[in-house]
Design a protein around this ligand. Structure first.
Ligand code: PMP
Ligand code: GLN
Length: 380
């Protein structure tokens, strides 16, 4: 059998979570909260299941949830999205990313991705016959070099994939990035896929610069988010894609035959909860900043070097003062010696910069877990 994805193995997230389990280590590797979503949200799922809302949802998503998403887009970003023609509910952001790529990438097309890149982008591009063009974000800032982007564009460039807040670096797009992006795409046919799953986890009074805020960019973008991150329910796998009607029409052709629709009771519960609790997403920055600051505060005088994450529930740390092992070996050593699981950074690069000595910790955990983990890390 000739593999369609010869370079793909088991994802680092599965690998590290399994290792953490085997060694009974504190698992700060794969990104997921160790606490539940709001009780009221969980209760609504049970309610809808017992109400008999157990058959297929409409292909584009239940109207209640699409209305709640439209409401959120207006409230947070001032965007008026047409819920009939521009919003599609998907089975997690992962499905939305795949469907957007499959909808517009043809064999031979090039798609620009920034490394370290979330690991589902490239396989989706490759399976559709496209080619990922990797541009590196370099430590310690991990900012986009827009001149390099301009230089990488060819007549085959179809799309640019952006991720802000950025996993795994915790970096966010700044106003000057938006200006550069606007100048770059103006007058071109370039499309944008904006992965904004951590849209509500942005720290230090910064505004999340969602592409939803910029009509000229939104007009050429698939903007993807995930309820898993915002409502602490990563296992529900409900996300959505907002795109102009012409792009959404193509997106839905793929979605229709990829999953057709997404779990009905989850969608209804999320729709109710969003409409009744618009303040939830506004409280998320403080909720996660407290965790970030607890974890970072305890590691302030450790041998790890870092600057506080600007967004997401991940903190990147430089371990060069602790070990000279390459990061994929360091994370194994860390599990054995310290009993803490982390994610190595190099696996998200096509060509990792030399001597990359960074690991990613997930701080979406209870205070006791973060304290215990930090104590072990401080001892290194
Ligand atoms: N994009 C990024 C950057 C992510 O971190 C994640 C979550 N791991 C996803 C997409 C996928 O989200 P979902 O779990 O909703 O499919
Ligand atoms: N997005 C999560 C992370 O970055 C993992 C998702 C997955 O396991 N596929 O850790």
């Amino acid at each position: 059998l000739v593999s369609r994805l010869p370079r793909v193995g088991t994802t680092i997230f599965t690998t590290m979570s399994q290792l953490a389990l085997e060694h009974q280590a504190i698992n700060l590797s794969q990104g997921f909260p160790d606490f539940d979503g709001p009780q009221e949200l969980l209760d609504r799922v049970g309610f809808y299941i017992h109400e008999g809302a157990n058959q297929y949802a409409p292909m584009s998503g239940v109207p209640l949830l699409r209305r709640a998403i439209a409401d959120k887009l207006r409230r947070c970003y001032g965007r008026e999205a047409d819920l009939e023609r521009e919003i599609t509910v998907t089975s997690g952001a992962t499905e939305a990313l795949f469907a957007a790529i499959a909808a517009v990438v043809s064999p031979g097309d090039e798609v620009i991705v920034f490394d370290p890149a979330y690991d589902s982008y490239e396989p989706a591009i490759e399976l559709n016959g496209g080619r990922a063009i990797h541009l590196p974000l370099l430590p310690p800032e991990f900012r986009i070099n827009w001149e390099a982007v301009a230089a990488a564009i060819t007549p085959r460039t179809r799309m640019i994939i952006l991720n802000s807040p950025h996993n795994p670096t915790g970096q966010v797009l700044h106003a000057d990035d938006i200006t550069a992006l606007q100048a770059l795409v103006e007058g071109t046919e370039l499309l944008i896929l904006a992965d904004e799953v951590y849209e509500h986890i942005v720290f230090d009074q910064q505004q999340h610069l969602s592409l939803n805020r910029f009509p000229d960019l939104a007009a050429r973008s698939f903007i993807v988010s995930s309820f898993g991150k915002t409502y602490h329910v990563t296992g529900w796998k409900v996300g959505y894609c907002v795109a102009p009607a012409s792009l959404t029409a193509e997106f839905r052709k793929v979605h229709q035959y990829l999953t057709f629709s997404t779990s009905t009771p989850m969608q209804l519960a999320l729709g109710d909860f969003l409409l009744a609790n618009p303040e939830h997403d506004q409280q998320l920055p403080d909720f996660y900043a407290e965790k970030r600051d607890l974890f970072n505060g305890l590691l302030q005088h450790s041998s790890f070097i870092f600057s506080p994450s600007a967004g997401t529930y991940f903190q990147l740390m430089d371990y060069a003062a602790i070990s000279d092992l390459p990061d994929t070996e360091f994370v194994q050593w860390l599990i054995r010696e310290a009993g803490v699981a982390a994610i190595p950074l190099s696996v998200f690069y096509q060509q990792p910069p030399e001597h990359l000595r960074w690991v990613r910790f997930c701080f979406a955990k209870g205070a006791n877990t973060l304290q215990q983990a930090a104590e072990r890390l401080r001892a290194l």
